[in-house]
Ligand binder design. Sequence first.
Ligand SMILES: Nc1ncnc2c1ncn2[C@@H]1O[C@H](COP(=O)(O)OP(=O)(O)OP(=O)(O)O)[C@@H](O)[C@H]1O
Ligand SMILES: [Mg+2]
Length: 349
Amino acid sequence: MEENLLTPTDVFDALPDPVLALDSGRAIFFANKAGKELLGEAIEGEDISMALRQPVVLSLADAALAGKHPEPGEIKISRGTVQIFEIQATPIHGNERIKALISLKNNTRIKQADEIRSTFVANVSHELRSPLASLLGFIETLQGAAKDDPEAREKFLSIMENEASRMSRLIDDLLSLSSVEVDEHVQPREPVNLIPLLSGVVNVIQAQAVKKGIRFISDFPEHLPNIPGDVDQLTQVFQNLLENAMKYGRPESEIQIKIIVDHQLSENSASHVMVRIRDQGDGIPSKDLSRLTERFYRVDKARSRELGGTGLGLAIVKHIIGRHRGRLEIDSEEGVGSTFTVFLPTFES
Ligand SMILES: Nc1ncnc2c1ncn2[C@@H]1O[C@H](COP(=O)(O)OP(=O)(O)OP(=O)(O)O)[C@@H](O)[C@H]1O
Ligand SMILES: [Mg+2]
């Protein structure tokens, strides 16, 4: 009876990870499809230490060929971009030609995620440490040198209040970033009208704007379709963007807020509502534009801190807009001003 049996080669070729079989002389006796894709079609017959010229490969192969089970190692392979692989060597007993198997697992994405996470933790610690260090410094001063000086005490307490509220703001922002991230894949569906929402945000920050002599100029259409959204989160988006426009806008300048309904947006003919916020400020150098929405990225760290910023505002904005299946466009001209445009899909799109 003839059966259509899978051969071991078929099985190895079906594996997504590269696998190399070595003979007793360290030559690659067999490479599966993924192995050939990584190392080249002509890899069979080559010495493993030539195919992957990294010391760890040689020591793993030798250990497995000596019948041992070595701990897995890590290698980097650059083919255009650098990829990180976990490499494992296992001895094979009872086969005439094949004496060891080398398997590789692509860990590039896991490693990148690890790196992002540890950079994030380092950044958070750094951001918390500076206000904390200054609080500790002032506490010490108040316990010692400034103990009986009421004037100094008042001054230091007010600085301490500022520092403590900065820490508290940072923690609020971190919490809101993580709560947006948690349900990022769930698109919010409440009907939201952006006109009352934006008017509400303007009312809240109006007093600050007046202090700096800044005027808001609103240009809203007569009829605006509702969009599917989350009122609190969208409020947070426009509060962040308008606060930035105010913070980085020149005194005695204008901030334009324009809502445009776009019924036929080129690619997929979807309908969008666009909210365009244009300030008259120093603008943003073009080299910084693509990085603005990264956590803790600020063009001018000292200036942002001085203005009470945490550098998380635009990261939160980007995540919320993503959750709404929208997008953010940033244009800026140095010395003239910046324009932030939020695109949000309507119900029927
Ligand atoms: N309208 C703007 N004009 C000029 N620069 C801007 C503007 N908006 C943002 N930026 C730059 O982008 C950086 C990041 O903005 P983001 O809102 O994330 O942080 P922040 O305003 O410093 O702090 P916060 O977390 O309190 O919002 C700012 O530090 C600033 O350098
Ligand atoms: Mg901000």
